[in-house]
Design a protein around this ligand. Structure first.
Ligand code: PGA
Length: 253
């Protein structure tokens, strides 16, 4: 059975004190989660050690992920963080190819393929984001866009490698806008993605990979989205910045 996952992407938010408080508030509420749901928090990289320390000290079932990684191994790449460094901090997951990174940091399909490779080399599971912008959906190009994002950055992976990847479908027009994809739109794209995996690998693998929905997911709409056969959870931005909302979303399965 594939994993049910709720991952929080904090983006570039929270002071050190606020991050500490939010992590504390989340860990306090973990007992209220339905069993079998994996909760992941992805804070800014400067708070990763704080997060792993809290998880270790309190011995709680919370996984920590980074928001980005370099596609390079090591060297003169000022400001970058490598997969080796993340593995040294016991990272379990790392977001790759978020639409904000594609847009503001010009991340290409090829760079993202490199990031995925580096993470897998060090045993860190990539949470690979894909999704179309509004103009692409209006032009009915959304399936072709998502297909290219996935095949160009993931389909060089072996069967074994891709089984350690989580995919997050995040229609860009739904991110931070309050405009969620309808439950039917989410299911349609998730089924499409699962079918791509089936065609490239096989049905068993396609059935094992978790596909998360992201884009204005909140406690009010999570249950309807997660009720879809091919929606295995969510990648949450704004609503992950409040412990109550984040936990309520994780309780929506
Ligand atoms: P949002 O962000 O939930 O604030 O729309 C989701 C994301 O960007 O991962």
């Amino acid at each position: 059975m594939r994993k049910k996952i709720v991952a929080g992407n904090w983006k570039m938010n929270k002071t050190f004190e606020e991050a500490d408080e939010l992590l504390f508030d989340i860990t306090k509420r973990l007992e209220n989660l339905p069993s079998g749901v994996q909760l992941i928090v992805c804070p800014p990289s400067v708070y990763l050690e704080l997060a792993t320390d809290i998880v270790e000290e309190d011995d709680v079932e919370l996984k920590i992920g980074a928001q980005n990684v370099s596609e390079h191994d090591a060297g003169a790449y000022t400001g970058e963080v490598s997969a080796l460094m993340l593995s040294g901090m016991n990272m379990d997951y790392c977001i790759v190819g978020h639409s904000e990174r594609r847009k503001y940091f010009a991340e290409t399909h090829e760079m993202l393929a490199g990031k995925v490779d580096r993470l897998l080399e060090y045993g860190i599971e990539p949470i690979f984001c894909c999704g179309e912008v509004l103009e692409e959906r209006e032009a009915k190009e959304h399936f072709a866009v998502v297909k290219a994002q996935i095949s160009d950055s993931l389909f060089h992976l072996s069967y074994q490698e891709i089984s350690n990847v989580i995919i997050a479908y995040e229609p860009v027009w739904a991110i931070g806008t309050g405009k969620t994809a309808s439950s039917a739109q989410a299911q349609e794209m998730h089924a499409f993605i699962r079918n791509l995996l089936k065609e490239k690998y096989d049905e068993e693998l396609a059935g094992e990979i978790s596909i998360l929905y992201g884009g204005s997911c909140n406690p009010g709409n999570a249950a309807e989205l997660f009720a879809n056969t091919d929606v295995d959870g969510g990648l949450i931005g704004g609503a992950a910045l409040k412990a109550d909302d984040f936990i309520k979303i994780a309780q929506s399965f």
